[in-house]
Ligand binder design. Structure first.
Ligand SMILES: NC(=O)c1ccc[n+]([C@@H]2O[C@H](COP(=O)([O-])OP(=O)(O)OC[C@H]3O[C@@H](n4cnc5c(N)ncnc54)[C@H](O)[C@@H]3O)[C@@H](O)[C@H]2O)c1
Length: 268
């Protein structure tokens, strides 16, 4: 499937933890389509070591950055530009974590210190990344930034807890910064609202297996896989979508437009 949609483009991929990660699959697909990439993740995630395999396969350097740390982000963009010998054409933000969910705290009993951390990692981090790039003038004209989100930003999925609030903010940051960066140098910023997939972050949601099966039955095309998400992301990084910006784009097999399906009703 080598159409070379990203020939000559250079990008930074946040969030590849292991082979299941959406960012892992996207990194591979970007390179298959002709891009050069830099991989990044939190230092603690890098210590687990799996990313080295991906880095070798993609011939990509790994530059550690905690996405909530401005010095790390400055260093990441500066070093990436040195590595590429120029500015950056695309960025994938594939980062999320709920501390309250990890600690088993329900939505009606949040620890707000944890909530602040959740918001910083999962939502404010997109602003941090964009502001860093903006101030360093690190992105080329028509560069494309994609962040991954979930439909719990629009509708209630009780076990998604505080992450729903984080995703609502993430989508808002994409719109708001999309305006400013569009005016500055035609950079486009979008969120992809993805079907549930079994990854480390995804599996942190209580009752995830039942939920993924329900979503499958509620989607006329079935759930979109992580590989398919990677394909879709490549189109948004390509020049074929130059006028798409400030959008929340559903990549969910039709789930978001479906009220009910016979598959769900027949189970009653
Ligand atoms: N899996 C799903 O069902 C699903 C559905 C819709 C959207 N998403 C979103 O997709 C994105 C990627 O998640 P995934 O499902 O591939 O899971 P994942 O666990 O593989 O990826 C999450 C990544 O966030 C990174 N991260 C956490 N804290 C960080 C920090 N402080 N600094 C830098 N990186 C940090 C982790 O190391 C990890 O690589 C997330 O935003 C998630 O909310 C996932």
């Amino acid at each position: 499937m080598a159409q070379n949609l990203l020939q000559g483009k250079k990008g930074i991929i946040f969030g590849a933890l292991d082979e299941k990660s959406i960012a892992w699959k996207t990194a591979k697909r970007c390179v298959e389509q002709g891009a050069q990439i830099v991989l990044t993740n939190a230092p603690i995630a890098l210590r687990m070591g799996e990313i080295k395999k991906l880095a070798e396969e993609c011939n990509a350097p790994v530059i550690p950055a905690d996405i909530t740390n401005m010095d790390d982000l400055n260093n990441l963009f500066t070093q990436s530009m040195e590595h590429f010998g120029g500015k950056i054409d695309f960025v994938l933000h594939s980062v999320g974590m709920s501390i309250n969910m990890r600690k088993g705290r329900p939505y009606t009993d949040l620890d707000y210190d944890f909530t602040h951390k959740t918001m910083d990692i999962s939502a404010i981090s997109l602003h941090r990344v964009l502001q860093t790039a903006y101030k360093l003038d690190a992105l080329n004209e028509h560069a494309s930034v994609v962040a991954l989100t979930y439909i719990a930003a629009q509708r209630v999925f009780p076990d998604y807890s505080e992450m729903a609030d984080a995703k609502a903010m993430l989508e808002s940051v994409a719109r708001s910064f999309g305006y400013h960066y569009g005016i500055k140098n035609k950079v486009r910023i979008n969120t992809i609202s993805q079907s549930p997939v079994r990854t480390t972050a995804g599996s942190g949601v209580k009752g995830f297996d039942d939920f993924i099966n329900f979503a499958e039955e509620m989607s006329p095309l079935g759930n979109a896989s992580a590989d398919q998400c990677a394909d879709y992301t490549v189109t948004l990084f390509s020049d074929l979508t130059r006028m798409v910006t400030m959008q929340n784009l559903y990549h969910d097999g039709g789930f978001s437009s479906t009220g009910v399906t016979m598959a769900v009703l027949d189970k009653k």
